[in-house]
Ligand binder design. Structure first.
Ligand code: NBP
Length: 482
């Protein structure tokens, strides 16, 4: 076999197939392979005329078809299948070759695989890919980790197939070493969870309190999508809300069971945040809200509990409320994204990755699920402040000023949700985070007192350095313990 292909793809299910077609459309010769050869045959029959593909029947043929250093993209089911495929291919490769895992791997797995393959002289690039099936074909957001050397050989190709931001730059960059790419992809998905929760709560409030029918909520969302909330998720929320179920003629959102499912990347984000000690309550609330929605026995058992039911708003009051919800949604979105970026910065510091937070915002401006106009603002905020200059996005002058403007409406929406008994953990919880981080005194002082009382856990004072303990069961005098 002629070693003529610039890249190989193994795993031709929906993602691998579309990425292979994307590489070919951009002028690359692509060697393709799948464990079940029938899938390779079907692929070539269906798409063979689109570009230069080399169909291969086994790993040896695939490896022989690749130019050196070999670049081999693995797009198989995450977990055991990825390890099986790596174990199969690694012995066939030579020093300096590059294995790329574009699946949804946990970043710790990526770190393990990268270390193992590095020992064998191979590069391993764990790569986040976002944008689903369409993105893979027409331009995803790509988040590669691995060594700088591997990026030098692979990056230009990824830059060709990636989505383009409105300013024309490709939505990919070398995120950082080993698991950095899969880490930021995980956080992307966590932010996506929080964003979807907020959008769903906003729609619920417009309906329950504002009295808007689903198609009217869709209309409100369309208006929002021409402003600062412009994003893929708001755009498709309007489409889903406007959709009518063909079988019943009812709004689609009224015939779908209200039990949200999850594949696990939101849970990974929260688990990792707990390990790192970085608060991401909006992401956690979004994961828990999905779990709660799916807990039918819990919901049935609690269904009769009392709660208010007030009249819906009308006319101008409803319109005013919609404007307030826009302010609340925007403010809560800023807070959720701030938490996501704090997590990226904490992960980068903990693992020594030197991730550029502004560059992450830049590569999420197009191609991925959370793509939004607003991401360019985040990019600019970090570009202006430098990588360590902004401990929280909320400290950026522009965002701080917008939160100040939104604050009163945000509080009004939170109060209305509480008064009217409409659960909005994302919108109200984000307000609690905002108030927690901005306040000069938190209730944690009493908490420290309690810990010292029952467990002699000690505390620090505001007026002088040192570690102290009060003799609670004695004369309550204070001793210095350090
Ligand atoms: P799937 O996750 O459904 O995986 C199917 C592919 O894995 C097939 O090619 C299958 O080969 C192969 N495979 C399996 Br399963 N076990 C194997 C093994 N032991 N050895 C070799 N090959 C094996 O495909 P997908 O939906 O295209 O997703 C691929 C990856 O991309 C996943 O990690 C996914 O999480 C990630 N991802 C998906 C999306 C999305 O929107 N779907 C987005 C971003 C990332 P076979 O044909 O022989 O069974």
């Amino acid at each position: 076999m002629n070693a003529s292909a610039q890249i190989g793809v193994t795993g031709l299910a929906v993602m691998g197939r579309n990425l292979a077609r994307n590489f070919a459309r951009n002028g690359y010769t692509v060697a393709v392979h799948n464990r079940t050869t029938a899938r390779t045959t079907e692929f070539v029959e269906e798409y063979g005329s689109e570009g230069a593909f080399v169909a291969t029947k086994n790993p040896q043929e695939l490896v022989a078809a690749l130019e050196r250093p070999r670049r081999l993209l693995v797009m198989v089911r995450a977990g055991g299948p990825t390890d099986a495929v790596l174990a199969e291919f690694a012995p066939l490769l030579d020093e300096g070759d590059i294995l790329i895992d574009g699946g949804n791997a946990h970043f710790e797995e990526t770190r393990r695989r990268e270390a193992e393959l590095r020992e064998r002289g191979l590069h391993f690039v764990g790569t986040g890919v976002s944008g689903g099936e369409e993105g893979a074909l027409h331009g995803p957001s790509i988040m590669p980790g691995g060594s700088a050397e591997a990026y030098a050989a692979l990056g230009p190709m990824l830059e060709r197939i990636a989505a383009r931001a409105p300013d024309g730059s490709p939505c990919t960059t070398h995120v950082g070493p080993d698991g950095a790419g899969h880490f930021v992809k995980m956080v992307h998905n966590g932010i996506e969870y929080a964003d979807m929760q907020l959008i769903s709560e906003a729609a619920r409030l417009l309906r329950e309190v504002g009295g808007f029918a689903p198609r009217q909520v869709a209309e409100v969302f369309r208006t929002w999508n021409s402003g600062r909330l412009e994003s893929y998720l708001i755009e498709i929320a309007a489409q889903v809300l406007a959709h009518t179920d063909a079988a019943t003629g009812r709004p689609f959102v009224d015939v779908v069971a209200d039990r949200a499912e999850q594949k696990g990347t939101g849970r990974w984000t929260v688990q990792t945040a707990l390990e790192l000690g970085v608060p991401v309550p909006q992401i956690a609330d979004a994961v828990f809200a999905r779990s709660l929605s799916g807990d039918t026995p819990l919901r049935e058992a609690a269904a009769g509990l009392p709660g208010p039911a007030g009249p819906e708003l009308e006319g101008r009051d409803a319109e005013r409320f919609a404007d307030q919800v826009e302010q609340a949604l925007y403010a809560a979105k800023v807070v959720s994204y701030a938490q996501g970026w704090s997590m990226i910065q904490a992960g980068s510091a903990a693992y020594g990755w030197s991730v550029d937070p502004g560059a992450v915002a830049a590569i999420w401006r197009a191609g991925c699920i959370i793509r939004a106009r607003f991401l360019d603002r985040i990019r600019a905020a970090y570009a202006e402040a430098g990588p360590d200059g902004l401990p929280t996005l909320l400290a950026d002058r522009g965002f701080a000023s917008e939160l100040g403007t939104a604050e009163l409406d945000w509080r009004a929406v939170a109060a209305t949700a509480g008064r009217r008994g409409v659960a909005a953990p994302g919108l109200t919880g984000a307000l609690a985070y905002y108030d927690s981080v901005r306040t000069s005194r938190l209730p944690a002082a009493l908490l420290q007192g309690l810990r010292d009382y029952f467990g002699s856990h000690t505390y620090h004072r505001t007026d002088r350095p040192g570690t102290f303990h009060t003799l609670w069961s004695g004369d309550r005098s204070e001793v210095r313990t350090d």
